[in-house]
Design a protein around this ligand. Structure first.
Ligand code: SAH
Length: 390
């Protein structure tokens, strides 16, 4: 079997369990190894570390799959891993929809599989796992007998691995505009045109957290995408709900989702730039009982993190100013570049600038089907906070 060796002074990171090995951490790689191959990784003095996929085109040269020297990495291995991932989700109570595989957090680096009841969306974001796509599809067919499997590999990070951006059917073609059920509500999901894999499953547990605070409330939601939080708010008894998103197709689907649940009388969506609208409504003295914000990441790289901090601070400040005294702000951040402590500091700064006192109702992370592995800080990325604003 092909091997690679770590440098003598390798950071303890890899030995302590982190699955990534960077280019500058490797002493040697066997000459006959080709990109995408599974290699055995050894320490400088020949002790076994793990097995993982190699790619000379990526700064992350090896991504470890297992620490077991005896594991055989073949189609059966991936079948077993998918079964293991599914039994974990079932154990946590997920039945219809869940992130079945969350990459590194499931020991399957750069593999994402979202399960939307009978439909599956797959992303293979590293060359090493992309090679196993046929085996993964076969395993899904065997375990779930799905109605359809779709590939959403139209993700720019694939470029860093030398992979093309592409999307399409991995099963017989089917209508990619599907419906799912969540918390007793129905939602249209567009697996082909929707953002990411079509739907943000990572907020599914958090959507329930607004249940009590929205009752009888006048609610404003911004960055609503297909309106999931807002439709929940109307369902949980809000008097009126207005949702804003900059994307016309998202707003169209959000209005369709309100209609699908018979909530159009109380819940509507408009196309708007939330930064502009929240600012001018603040100046006009408008106010709401509950303001919900779920903005995008604002940055993808560490170099421009200040841009994200400024964006989060600004939008939370504007949102908070619209909350009536005693009302609530529901706010999220979905980038792993902003650590939880920093996110809470940003909210604190926004409250100070808005001259409002805040009281924490709940602080949560991504839903439990996106496991957080301690010691792998990038597996925790979503922050979800509800505060009462005095
Ligand atoms: N809350 C949603 C996910 C939101 S994703 C859910 O749970 O499904 C972030 C959304 O912000 C995207 O739909 C994007 O179109 C929108 N967006 C980005 N910039 C915006 C802006 N300046 N104003 C309003 N919406 C914006």
């Amino acid at each position: 079997m092909l091997t690679a060796r770590l440098r003598r002074k390798i950071s303890p990171r890899v030995l302590l369990g982190h699955p990534w090995v960077f280019a500058n951490e490797l002493e040697t790689v066997e000459a006959s190894a080709t990109d995408g191959d599974v290699l055995r990784l050894m320490t400088h003095d020949g002790k076994f570390v793990g097995q993982g996929y190699y790619n000379s085109q990526s700064q992350i040269r090896i991504r470890l799959l297992t620490r077991d020297p005896k594991a055989t990495i073949d189609a059966a291995y991936f079948f077993d891993q998918l079964e293991r991932c599914w039994s974990y989700r079932k154990k946590l109570g997920y039945v219809e929809n869940c992130r079945l595989v969350f990459g590194e957090a499931d020991g399957l680096p750069q593999l994402i599989i979202d399960k939307f009841n009978d439909y599956f969306v797959l992303q293979t974001l590293a060359l090493g796992i992309d090679r196993w796509k046929p085996a993964l599809v076969e395993a899904l067919e065997k375990i779930f007998q799905p109605k359809g499997i779709y590939e959403r590999n139209d993700v720019p990070v694939r470029g860093l691995e030398g992979l093309p951006l592409q999307k399409g059917f991995l099963s017989a073609p089917f209508d990619t505009r599907i419906q799912i059920r969540e918390n007793g509500l129905s939602f249209h999901v567009d697996l082909d045109q929707g953002q990411k894999t079509g739907y943000f499953l990572d907020q599914q547990d958090n959507r329930r957290a607004i249940q009590h605070i929205v009752r009888e409330a006048e609610v404003l939601g911004a960055f609503t995408y297909t309106g999931t939080f807002e439709v929940h708010a109307a369902h949980y008894g809000a008097r009126s709900v207005l949702g804003l998103d900059i994307s016309a197709s998202a707003v169209e689907m959000a209005n369709a989702n309100a209609a699908l649940n018979g909530l159009s009388d109380r819940c509507r969506f408009e196309v708007a730039n939330a930064f502009d609208v929240l600012k001018s409504w603040g100046k006009e003295g408008k106010s709401y009982d509950v303001v919900m914000l779920d903005p995008p990441a604002f940055t993808k790289s560490r170099e421009t993190i200040q841009k994200a901090i400024t964006g989060y601070k600004e939008i939370n400040l504007r949102g908070m100013k619209l909350v009536r005294p005693g009302g609530f702000l529901v706010t999220s951040s979905c980038t792993n570049l902003i650590q939880p402590e920093l996110f809470l500091q940003i909210i604190e700064m926004a409250a100070k600038d808005a001259r409002r006192k805040i009281r924490q109702v709940t602080y949560q992370t991504q839903s439990a089907d996106h496991p957080i592995v301690w010691g792998q800080e990038n597996t925790q990325y979503l922050k979800f906070l509800i505060v009462q604003v005095q």
